[in-house]
Design a protein around this ligand. Structure first.
Ligand code: DGL
Length: 259
């Protein structure tokens, strides 16, 4: 039976724990294995082919751990590699994409902002998504440098504050009323972003939607864990485990492993 096997998640680093957290909140009885490929972060500046190869590598690690379902907890990997992953492996994949739709359909000013990596904003999947909303002005901004600072534990640095102001102020000036966070690292910046943007601008990220989708796929296709002993949450990183441990508030053990 596979229904008692773990859910696997991977990201270029610690960012996807924002997705893991939503999944664990919604599905606390599931075992999970999270892979932080921090050694290869950021993915956002890499070519599509490189992102595909790294996604294969991460997937194979998780398949060796008998995962029953894989959540690609990274917008950049989803928008560049999810099709290739689904073609190659016989296991359900759930991806994460910038939540343009709820922002575009609810915007009063008809202007929304999106902050994401270069890899996501330049992808065909993102282009196809955006194309559906011709009446909305979508202000795209690449978050150069943000992932690197987060990976280095510098969320609260002056450098972070300066970059965020530089990226958000032009969107504010153009009167956006929604800001879409199109990178799973960025939810960790929400407290900082809130200090910069006016209160009327709503921030949207995709974490809860991915968790709901995971729940649906388990119910419909894969099956839920039926054992009643406490679930296990395992975290792997291929760099210094300190930053990942800190982001998890030291509640979980992080295993350092070369993969
Ligand atoms: N967390 C990732 C995302 O959602 C990738 C960031 C990066 O490695 O550039 O896009």
């Amino acid at each position: 039976m596979t229904n008692n096997n773990p859910i696997g998640l991977f990201d270029s680093g610690i960012g996807g724990t924002s997705i893991w957290k939503e999944i664990h909140n919604l599905l606390p009885n599931e075992n999970t294995i999270y892979l932080a490929d921090s050694k290869n972060a950021p993915y956002g500046q890499k070519s599509k082919e490189e992102i595909i190869q790294l996604s294969y590598k991460n997937t194979e690690f998780l398949l060796n751990q008998n995962c029953k379902l894989i959540v690609v907890a990274c917008n950049t990997a989803t928008t560049n590699a999810i099709k290739e992953l689904r073609d190659k492996y016989d296991i359900p994949f759930i991806g994460i994409e910038p939540a343009i739709k709820p922002a575009a359909t609810n915007s009063q000013t008809q202007k929304i902002g999106i902050l994401a990596t270069k890899g996501t904003l330049n992808s065909e999947l993102f282009y196809k998504n955006v194309e559906k909303f011709q009446d909305i002005k979508i202000i795209e901004q690449i978050g150069f440098g943000l992932v690197e600072l987060i990976e280095n534990g510098k969320i609260n640095s002056a450098e972070m504050q300066d970059l965020l102001k530089q990226y958000l102020n032009p969107m504010i000036a153009q009167n956006i009323d929604y800001l879409v966070l199109g990178c799973s690292h960025y939810p960790f910046l929400i407290p900082k972003i809130k200090k910069i943007i006016p209160k009327n601008i709503k921030i949207i990220d995709s974490g809860q939607a991915v968790a709901r989708q995971t729940k649906n796929i388990l119910n419909e296709k894969v099956g839920n864990r039926t054992l009643s002993d406490k679930s296990t949450q395992i975290f792997y990183t291929n760099t210094n485990p300190k930053v990942l441990s800190n982001i998890l508030k030291n509640d979980y053990t992080v295993i350092q492993k070369d993969f």
